[in-house]
Design a protein. Sequence first.
Length: 267
Amino acid sequence: MTDSIIARQVADFLQTRIPEAPVMGIVLGSGLSEFSDRIKDKTPISYSIIPHYPQPTVTGHVGEFIFGYLSNIPVLCARGRFHYYEGHPIETVTLPIRVFKEIGCSAVIITNAAGCMNPHWNVGDLMVIEGHYDFTCRQDANDPELRNNLDYYDPNLIALAKHAAQKAGLVLRNGNYCWTLGPTYETPAEITDMHNLGGDAVGMSTVPEIEEANRQQLKVLGISCLTNYAAGMTAEPLNHLEVLDTTQRVKVQFSELITSIIVNYTP
């Protein structure tokens, strides 16, 4: 069965359980799933009941779609994503993006928990992704190259994010996200290399989803929650619990930002 057929079948399954097509799809990263608590008239749909749909295995990824409304705007959240390091092929990692397209979304907000490589920023800051690098060194990956053209990142969505942050008095950084394979954290030498090339945040997801959204001609906004300093920037060892602790601390600011973007979005 081809990837496009699976996406169509998943979308058809979801459409039997929701009242209308969503306008926007949202991928919620590690520890960020509580944003969906703001959605009204929710319809949760567990990944486990969807035919041909994979299951997440990483702590902080719930494993369900949530359909509902923010100020009468229909949205569909993916609470739980799939990572390449879990053994999934790229086609599975990017499946939710094709489902969003098939079900009728015109835009996606892709979020993640990321390590901060910029020494002038703070843990807990939020960052709009304005460019990305692929540092996976996979056989079919090119040498790391900054991709930051408007095909990937919608300027109107970025402007909405900046306006929402300014209105709420939130610190919102702008920077470049670096994708690494994982599941182990990067070495201090790798962090130095990525930062010297222009990277500001590092994580183990998001880039495949952004590039798939580009192929599907979806408008894209990427938001990173900077949950910890990257390896070598402090004396403290890295661990996933710190990621989840930080997302808990900033969940209100994160949710307010995403909500404001969506309610002011015009398809």
